[in-house]
Ligand binder design. Structure first.
Ligand code: IYR
Length: 224
């Protein structure tokens, strides 16, 4: 039963598909997503801003705790800002690879072939810096808590990655650690925490990716 204090409208836009059509769609979407790879070498080729805007609008359709939509996407294309982000990220990454990371962590990263050099932060046309809004301020300046913030932002990022891939772009989830420098460089307010840089653009010609596999269905899912 819905409570009389809330405004409900008819579910619109839901279209039931015939079972065979459903299966075909599920199969073809799986095929599409099977071809998604994290890319670390990007072309400098520009990408139309409208494509990024549409992918962000798509990400903004994600479900979120209490529909608070606790995300903010700062899209960086200015070469000088990208240069500053690269410099700050590489400083953290050097400390990570040289001393901060445990041997176990470095061993886990070995198959990826990553290191402290992050040229993609300057080469890719867009760095989409994702911030969590941990709370918001009401009109009297009172803090309004947000719920399930990381979960909600994680879902939106997943949809964004999917939308970018579907649009024919490559991306990389990059998480320099720590990444407080992003709030400073991008002059974001105190209620926002940077959680990721989504590097987006065309892959460089001849881009290489590590030869990795994914777990099989039986390893990731149980039907009980
Ligand atoms: N942030 C570092 C290290 C790194 C950590 C994980 I976990 C990865 O999946 C990949 C990289 C870097 O970007 O190199």
């Amino acid at each position: 039963m819905s409570n009389s204090n809330c405004d409900h409208i008819q579910l619109a836009g839901y279209e039931e598909l015939p079972p065979e059509e459903m299966l075909l769609r599920a199969q073809s979407f799986y095929e599409l997503m099977k071809s998604r790879r994290s890319v670390r070498s990007f072309s400098r080729r520009p990408v139309e801003r409208k494509v990024i805007e549409l992918c962000l609008q798509t990400a903004g359709r994600a479900p979120s705790g209490a529909n608070q939509q606790p995300w903010k996407f700062v899209v960086v294309s200015d070469p000088e800002v990208k240069r500053r982000i690269r410099q700050a990220a590489e400083n953290e990454e050097r400390a990570f690879y040289e001393s901060r990371a445990s041997d176990q962590w470095l061993a886990a990263l070995k198959p990826l072939g990553t290191d402290a050099e992050k040229p993609f932060l300057e080469n890719a046309p867009y760095l989409i810096v994702v911030f969590c809004e941990n709370y918001r301020l009401d009109k009297n300046g009172k803090k309004i808590k947000h719920y399930y913030v990381r979960d909600s932002v994680g879902i939106a990022i997943g949809i964004l990655i999917t939308a970018l891939h579907h649009a024919g772009l490559a991306c990389l989830t990059h998480t320099p650690s720590p990444m407080q420098f992003l709030r400073k460089i991008l002059k974001r307010p105190e209620n926002e925490t940077a959680v990721m840089i989504l590097v987006a653009g065309y892959p460089a010609k001849g881009a290489m990716v590590p030869n990795l596999g994914k777990k099989r269905l039986e390893e990731i899912a149980l039907f009980v």
